[in-house]
Design a protein around this ligand. Structure first.
Ligand code: GDP
Length: 187
């Protein structure tokens, strides 16, 4: 009676997207709150966990961080088969990385668990600098993917959408907590 019971809910999550967009850095920021400037690329896949309090729940994120290299692509189904959620990452300074992200989304929507929650994360926003040219619409340097374009795509494809900086930490926690809010949790 009146006992406080902390139940831990497990959430299986997959990180995917083109190589070097910052997938590992995003998880590292979320799990250890750190950033490495010259990170060694992930070979195959890495597994990390993080417990997080969300409202009255404790959630244990079990995260597979898969390597973006094409030669590991055939291994991907092994990781997304049981995933409840996926974070598909692109780099806001590289237009081609959004195309790659879109093809991952297509594959997940076709082949993964039909209830999978997918979040699209445009990473490296710290590399985008506003340029004050005196005009009304602010111009940004360094950006190749406009926020509105990615957001419109995410809305149409039924994805959660975030812009993040693993380097500075902006938006990173939101990716994981918003995903957790969307998933019916079991113990
Ligand atoms: P992955 O291959 O997608 O896992 O990418 P990594 O996490 O290994 O990151 C690739 C490179 O981008 C590394 O040199 C990181 O330090 C760098 N990087 C990752 N995230 C960010 C970010 O948010 N901002 C900046 N400026 N660099 C980042």
């Amino acid at each position: 009676l009146n006992k406080l019971v902390a139940l831990t809910h497990k959430l299986f999550l997959l990180q995917t997207g083109e190589a070097a967009v910052g997938k590992s850095s995003l998880v590292l920021r979320f799990v250890n709150d750190e950033f490495q400037e010259n990170k060694e690329p992930t070979i195959g896949a890495a597994f990390l966990t993080q417990k997080c309090r969300l409202e009255d729940k404790v959630i244990k994120f079990e995260i597979w961080d898969t390597a973006g290299q094409e030669r590991f692509h055939s291994l991907a189904p092994m990781y997304y088969r049981n995933a409840q959620a996926a974070v598909v990452v692109y780099d806001v300074t590289k237009a081609a990385s959004l195309d790659k992200a879109k093809s991952w989304v297509k594959e997940l929507q076709r082949q993964a668990n039909p209830n999978i929650v997918i979040a699209l994360a445009g990473n490296k926003i710290d590399l985008v600098q506003p340029v004050d040219d005196g005009e009304e619409d602010p111009v940004e340097s360094g950006r190749q993917v406009p926020t509105e374009e990615a957001k419109a795509y995410a809305l149409e494809a039924g994805l959660l959408f975030f812009e993040t900086s693993a380097k500075k930490g902006d938006g990173v926690r939101d990716v994981f907590t918003e995903i957790a809010k969307k998933i019916p949790l079991e113990h």
